[in-house]
Design a protein around this ligand. Sequence first.
Ligand code: HEC
Length: 122
Amino acid sequence: MVRFLLIFVLFMGWALPGETGVKSVGTSESLRFDPSGFPPEMKSAYAVMQAKCTHCHTLERTVLAVTTGIAPISGRPFDRSAVAAYGQKMLRMPNVRMSKDEVKQVVDLLTYLIDNTQPGNK
Ligand code: HEC
């Protein structure tokens, strides 16, 4: 039981680095998207993502999901339908601090990124 609790606590600390004050440096810093080649509406969506999707975890998680096609926590495929489902899930999470419109912008951006990074999903 103690062991289970320990694993649980460790997992939560890892899943919610923003909440525990642990800051990532190094690899996660380089793991961002470069929005310079994005169309204008995707650039503004990227600004929303950078500001809002880093509240609980870094963008590393999102970048890994998009570029590998596998959601790093669940290990499930991260495709168009997974993005839409994650957007819905986000809206139900406590402390998400995002409006419906902001979530929609990010979902559109992730769909665009998936279409442009995962060849099989075009
Ligand atoms: C309220 C805190 C919070 C915010 C804000 C947040 N996330 Fe998450 N995110 C989590 C947690 C907790 C998980 C761990 C697993 C889960 O619940 O899906 C997670 C997991 C993920 C995963 C991996 C999912 C998987 O199944 O492996 C991705 C990708 C992701 N988040 C992207 C985003 C994006 C994009 C945004 C902005 C729209 C965002 N997150 C905003 C808390 C948050």
